[in-house]
Design a protein around this ligand. Structure first.
Ligand SMILES: *Cc1c(COP(=O)(O)O)cnc(C)c1O
Length: 432
């Protein structure tokens, strides 16, 4: 096992994923390539679904936040596994509809949905639109009236939690482009407005506190604050929310120093808070929706590259150049995110070479990581970066006119293409 149970080393010293030899995969599909273990992916989908139903009740629904990883086949897998999805754009909705994803299980998000987005969601029969602000609410009511339908909505609420300072600070996240703060009165005001409109039907409330969070306190605080808000709304308006969407944000290990989260236990802990608050406030237990993105898909994915130059600059650093970089994984350039990398064709050798892994773009910030312990490579070796299933393919670009890598799904040792590699022809497809 290397970081995750589905990653191992075989008798030839090659890294394996879901039993498949990564060196053979690199040979078959070329590099760079995103490889995902479908069994690990499906197992994590089931962990969330089972835990949500066990602890929150049978109506609970994990909705995969598909901005973390979006292509047709992932929506088919989410549909088969019984999950909902969260979409944030017309493009994601279109892809979901291409996968025949059941529209009633879609939550449509975004802080600035256009009129066209709203009309598209209504035409598709999207189950729930999570409304961000009053302008959007009024636009949705108008568009729904024009179509002669009633849109089922949740309202995005800002509970006032900064997950990185740990405790609920009632003003912590008020300064946000997302949602309506409780503390300023905006949340109550938009609730009253929604209740007064005839072409929206308020189902309840949504919040999302942040991402790559390991500590459960922010989630427990959010659950507590949201339940109190539901009680305040009932007292002031007589309306009792049925749905509570608690967002996503649980973390995943990227390196051996990150702790592993027991997701089922985390869901049990959060459910206990919601249940306790429901009893204390004499509220019915809400139908809970969770929106994990990263924690559903990150662990299942790795990226394979081929090593080009290896540069040792005496007194400074060692550089390993690979045939990908920020266009297929912009997370280090964006957030200095940490990763684990290894030489896939010598995975059992000691990782005693400390190096900066650099991409092939004309940008000195085009790095996958710095100070990474890795096996000493030579040109032609296969370099694997782990935990790349989330926010890699979905964030990929064609910077420097580099074609985007394929997404390969491995199941029981058998590989299939879920997204094919872009060609140069694809790159010029839109050029006139
Ligand atoms: C990004 C996002 C998520 C998923 O976050 P993760 O950290 O990937 O779990 C869920 N809900 C909303 C509204 C989001 O913006």
């Amino acid at each position: 096992m290397i970081l995750y149970p589905h990653l191992d080393v075989n008798s030839e010293g090659h890294l394996t994923i879901g039993g498949a030899d990564t060196v053979a995969l690199a040979r078959e599909f070329g590099t760079p390539a995103y490889i995902m273990d479908e069994n690990a992916l499906r197992a994590q989908f089931r962990t969330y679904l089972t835990a949500a139903r066990t602890h929150f009740g049978e109506t609970a629904l994990p909705a995969f936040a598909s901005k973390a990883l979006c292509f047709t086949e992932i929506y088919r897998i989410a549909a088969e596994e019984g999950l909902g999805i969260d979409c944030v754009s017309g493009g994601e909705l279109y892809t979901a509809s291409r996968a025949n994803f059941p529209a009633e299980r879609i939550h449509f998000h975004g802080n600035n949905k256009t009129d066209a987005d709203l009309a598209m969601a209504l035409s598709m029969g999207v189950g729930t639109i999570v409304v961000d602000n009053t302008d959007e609410l009024m636009a949705l009511d108008r568009i729904a009236a024009e179509k002669g339908v009633v849109a089922r909505i949740l309202l995005r609420i800002t509970p006032g939690i900064d997950p990185h300072t740990h405790r609920a600070i009632q003003t912590g996240n008020v300064d946000s482009k997302f949602g309506n703060a409780i503390v300023t009165g905006a949340a109550m005001a938009i609730t009253r407005l929604a209740l007064s409109l005839s072409h929206v039907s308020l189902g309840g409330f949504h919040c999302h506190v942040g991402s790559q969070i390991f500590d459960l306190d922010p989630f427990c605080d959010a659950a507590d604050i949201m339940m109190r808000f539901i009680a305040d709304v009932r007292r002031e308006t007589g309306y009792t929310a049925t749905d509570l969407n608690l967002g996503g944000g649980l973390g995943v290990p990227y390196t051996s120093t990150d702790k592993a989260i027991d997701y089922a236990a985390a869901i049990a802990d959060i459910a206990a808070i919601v249940r306790k608050k429901a009893e204390a406030l004499s509220l019915p237990m809400p139908r809970v929706i969770l929106e994990p993105g990263r924690s559903l898909v990150a662990a299942a994915g790795i990226t394979l590259y081929t090593v080009g130059g290896v540069k040792e600059i005496p007194g400074f650093k060692n550089y390993i150049s690979i045939d990908g970089g920020m266009p297929d994984n912009p997370r280090y350039a964006l957030y200095q995110s940490e990763y684990t990398a290894l030489i896939a064709n010598r995975a059992a050798a000691p990782a005693d070479f400390i190096a900066t892994v650099a991409g092939r773009c004309c940008e000195s910030g085009d790095l996958i990581g710095e100070g990474m312990p890795i096996q000493r490579p030579v040109r032609g070796d296969i370099l694997a970066v782990l935990t790349t299933g989330a926010y890699n393919y979905s964030m990929a670009s064609n910077y420097n006119r580099l074609p985007r890598p394929p997404v390969i799904l491995v199941k029981d040792g058998v590989a299939r293409v879920a997204v094919r590699r872009e060609t140069f022809e694809d790159l010029v497809r839109l050029d006139v």
